[in-house]
Design a protein around this ligand. Structure first.
Ligand SMILES: *Cc1c(COP(=O)(O)O)cnc(C)c1O
Length: 342
């Protein structure tokens, strides 16, 4: 059985303070067994329109069908199930206000655990309410994401809460990688996977699974032109700071962490090609998803569709696009679909 292991250049490996955590096919298969029945095994549906456009069969992996509307449930659920009973009793904490925050809140509720989501006073009330509705405790602190993260670290240090990271953790990556197993099962002649790329947990997990089972399949990571942290890190050969900018693909914003342990090396080694998209291209992806595919898709979830519409990826066989999430502000969705925005 082929097992993909990340490799570091020797000098780099010597400099690394902690040993690089390895995620390979066995960890992803174990994750699939653990989360089975607790997350949705999502459908892979054919897009006749995109297939016609590209001259190859194009399929959409609808992670929008997860109960929280995004794939992040897979990684969070797997990471929380891997904790001990004693850790479960301490409760979960994270600073994410987006899909990862929803995933942690949902997971806690399903497993009967306590969850605290820290957020700044500047987070819009609809996001606060979405997390509260899932039964999590919301803690409003400070006026920035950094303030919220500092609160998380204080709760971990002083009260022993367990932080669930959004991407840079082996159990999270293995959970996201279960998508790759399902893709190969549903589409045995898979030749290319288009994956939204931010912190790289989704891309790393899927790439490990797909490259292990279908070594010739191409992995394409897709980000926005505005503040693509993993693309900048791969280009620089190490994690770098990027300026965060507003984008329609808001779930793809944020850095990968300068002390990145897991996802940077995996993405650097396993992603064949990174594609960057303009805001107008992302808007066209959201619009196509709504009007042609009949799917409400948020900006981050529409980048695979957008990349094909923009002619930025050429296909040479059956392809799968990860439609990663559907959580977009309703009014903004209406504006984009009507053609009024971007
Ligand atoms: C988090 C997220 C991504 C990116 O996942 P990473 O593991 O951070 O690369 C893509 N799409 C949606 C909808 C997300 O919530």
């Amino acid at each position: 059985m082929p097992v993909t292991k990340p490799h570091l250049a020797t000098a780099e490996a010597e400099r690394a303070a902690a040993p690089l955590a390895v995620v390979a096919l066995p960890e992803i298969e174990a994750a699939a067994a653990h989360i089975a029945g607790r997350v949705v095994r999502t459908p892979l549906v054919t897009s006749p329109a995109l297939s016609r456009l590209c001259g190859q069969p194009v399929h959409l992996k609808l992670e929008t069908r997860q109960p929280i509307g995004a794939f992040k449930l897979r990684g969070a659920m797997n990471a929380v199930l891997a904790l001990s009973d004693e850790q479960h009793r301490r409760g979960l904490v994270t600073a994410s206000t987006g899909n990862h925050g929803r995933a942690v809140a949902y997971t806690a509720r399903e497993l009967g655990l306590a969850a605290t989501i820290c957020m700044s006073a500047l987070v819009p009330s609809n996001k606060v309410e979405a997390i509260r509705a899932l039964g999590a405790q919301v803690r409003i602190v400070g006026r920035s994401q950094d303030d919220a993260q500092a609160e998380v670290e204080w709760l971990v240090a002083e009260h022993g809460l367990i932080q669930i990271p959004p991407f840079d953790q082996p159990d999270v990556v293995a959970g996201q990688g279960t998508i790759g197993l399902e893709l190969v099962e549903d589409l045995p002649d898979l030749s290319c996977v288009l994956i939204p790329l931010s912190g790289g947990g989704l891309a790393a997990g899927i790439a490990v699974a797909v490259k292990a089972l279908r070594p010739s399949a191409r992995i394409v990571g897709i980000s926005m032109e505005r503040g693509a942290a993993m693309a900048a890190a791969i280009a620089a050969g190490r994690p770098v700071d990027v300026v965060e900018e507003e984008t329609l693909a808001d779930s793809l914003g944020g850095g990968i962490g300068l002390a990145n342990q897991v996802t940077f090396a995996l993405c650097r080694d396993l992603i064949d090609e990174v594609v960057l998209l303009s805001e107008a291209e992302i808007a066209a992806g959201i619009r196509h998803a709504a009007l042609v595919e009949n799917e409400v898709v948020e900006g981050a979830g529409a980048v695979g569709i957008a990349a094909l519409l923009a002619g930025k990826v050429s296909l040479h066989g059956p392809a799968a696009l990860i439609v990663s999430g559907r959580n977009i502000d309703e009014a903004m969705h209406r504006r984009i679909v009507s053609g009024a925005a971007a």
